[in-house]
Design a binder for this molecule. Sequence first.
Ligand code: AMP
Length: 249
Amino acid sequence: MKVLVPVKRVIDYNVKPRVKADGTGVDLANVKMSMNPFDEIAVEEAIRLREKGAATEVIAVSIGEQKAQETLRTALAMGADRAILVVTDEMPEPLAVAKILKAIVDEEQPGLVILGKQAIDDDSNQVGQMLAALTERPQGTFASKIEIDGDSVKVTREVDGGLETVSLKSPAIVTTDLRLNEPRYASLPNIMKAKSKPMAQKTAADYGVDVTPRLTVVKVEEPAKRSAGVKVADVDELIGKLKVLGVVE
Ligand code: AMP
């Protein structure tokens, strides 16, 4: 079974984002970019499935500017077999991403697509669900465990009240949650090896997808600054202050 893993290049999770002065978005100039953390988990899971013999090939795909090839090289260094880069001028919205992925699914016929549950830059949490709808395939979102048995994919999902286990018939769409696994670091030899792994380059037009935005960002603003705290000497002083604030009686 082939496994397709879409990986997005996003602002690194350790970087504190700076909002542009005109409030139109986040300033990405000279900012460290990395693979979306949930997508690292997806790549790791796909590689583990191949190592267990449940998957035959792991294909990483990224949609975005040319530099997204760095993200794909990371996926290849972790252990993906080959990559597809779909170059666009601007980052497409989730629906356009899902349409491009649908075209790739039609072409590659993977038995499983593992995506992140959300991209940490726009927090959309949409692409996996939209891809399942467009491909008319079953979906298991927020996975904390994936087991393959023949053409059935058993997914344990993290839901509000605990864990839910569902069984999907392959080809299926799964999105990862944080506790699914701990992604490996790529070793230096594997980083070197990744340079010679195949990476196809495409455009959105190759898949007949119009990536014109449908949304206009009205405003982006930083969260309100928290006011400074007060240091108290002991518990009695703390309780006294809480009483003044009306938090305790
Ligand atoms: P989102 O719905 O935008 O929060 O993204 C959910 C998941 O879809 C991500 O974790 C990725 O696996 C995938 N995805 C979103 N955007 C892209 C992109 N531009 N290229 C590749 N995969 C993407």
